[in-house]
Design a protein around this ligand. Structure first.
Ligand SMILES: Nc1nc2c(ncn2[C@@H]2O[C@H](COP(=O)(O)OP(=O)(O)OP(=O)(O)O)[C@@H](O)[C@H]2O)c(=O)[nH]1
Ligand SMILES: [Mg+2]
Ligand SMILES: [Zn+2]
Length: 301
């Protein structure tokens, strides 16, 4: 007997509601009750990007019966008391981490957190600094040079002025990407600029000084007209880690790595112990002080 269930991809997740793309058509779905119970330390068992099997109820409505095994995704610890995993997007290759040159000003400690989350999730990462039309970029480029030295791909863009958009297209082409970063940096604007047909909602407020307003409220996975898929996500004010060990944090700091095992004491906390190779490297100008502080915050030293 043939399988009465249809296989598809979750392309949108809005609370308990999902949109599943099956053979080119979108089916609105809820979850079968048994899946809700099987939470396995997750706030939700299904995320955008998941491959699922659904049973049809009506021509455009169905119910998700099974979730197929997942590849890499972007997860964080869900807000709230209990330690639960929240997978923002599943089955993706890379994270495009967007910050803005201004409005809001880039918080490099937060940028480092996004990089760690992406590295720990096994994703390729590209840093994208948007709104370059708003500032003289030279001082910022100098501050960010360390990321190039670390081997990260770094793009400078303007969703309104057009700078760097060809690079963004090239990075997105034929890959499955998640666009993430703080609110108001222009994530949706960038996606719209490279793929105008998608028409994502963007903030109508030109000057992003408002706090706590998110224009994008759900996660949607969109097919790009030039090949590939991209998930636009709501801006994250906080990024609490899920399953990130000190070793994984260190993996995101190639500039610090040569010094981390050179301390006199193998359990060095890189505080004021004698013989700390990391502190010595900062003092000697080989390691950036801010990067060290960022590492220490995240590695829980
Ligand atoms: N000057 C300038 N403004 C931009 C640029 N990109 C986006 N904006 C503006 O910044 C504001 C926020 O843009 P959005 O695309 O909604 O930002 P977002 O990152 O998707 O925000 P959330 O969905 O809330 O996470 C809007 O007013 C955009 O017009 C840019 O490159 N330059
Ligand atoms: Mg948005
Ligand atoms: Zn040390």
């Amino acid at each position: 007997m043939s399988d009465p269930l249809l296989e598809g991809t979750v392309v949108e997740n809005h609370g308990a509601h999902f949109a599943v793309l099956v053979d080119g058509r979108t089916v609105r779905c809820l979850l079968r009750g048994k899946l809700k119970k099987d939470k396995r330390r997750s706030v939700a068992p299904v995320a955008a990007g998941d491959r699922v099997k659904i049973a049809m109820l009506e021509p455009d409505r169905g119910v998700i019966e099974h979730v197929l095994p997942r590849g890499s995704g972007l997860s964080r610890r869900a807000a709230g008391g209990a330690p639960l995993r929240q997978t923002l997007v599943a089955n993706i290759d890379q994270a495009i981490i967007v910050f803005s040159a201004a409005e809001p000003r880039p918080d490099l400690f937060m940028l480092d957190r996004f990089i760690v989350a992406a590295v720990a999730s096994g994703l390729e990462r590209v840093i994208c600094i948007n709104k370059c039309d708003l500032v003289d970029g030279e001082p910022l480029r100098a501050r960010l040079a360390i990321y190039r030295q670390c081997g990260y791909r770094l793009l400078y863009t303007s969703a309104v002025g057009g700078e760097g958009l060809e690079d963004v297209k090239q990075v997105l082409k034929d890959r499955r990407s998640v666009i993430c970063g703080p609110s108001g940096v222009g994530k949706s604007s960038l996606v719209n600029a490279v793929a105008p047909g998608l028409a994502l909602r963007i903030s109508e407020v030109g000057n992003v000084t408002h706090k706590g307003r998110h224009t994008t409220s759900s996660i949607s996975l969109l097919e790009l007209p030039f090949g590939g898929w991209v998930a636009d996500t709501p801006g994250l004010r906080q990024l609490e880690f899920w399953d990130v060990s000190p070793e994984k944090v260190a993996a995101a700091f190639p500039d610090l790595q040569p010094y981390l095992s050179g301390c006199k004491y193998s359990n060095c906390t890189h505080g004021d112990e004698p013989g700390c190779a990391l502190r010595a490297a900062v003092k000697g100008g080989e390691v950036d002080d801010r990067r060290m502080r960022s590492y220490l915050q995240m590695a829980g030293c």
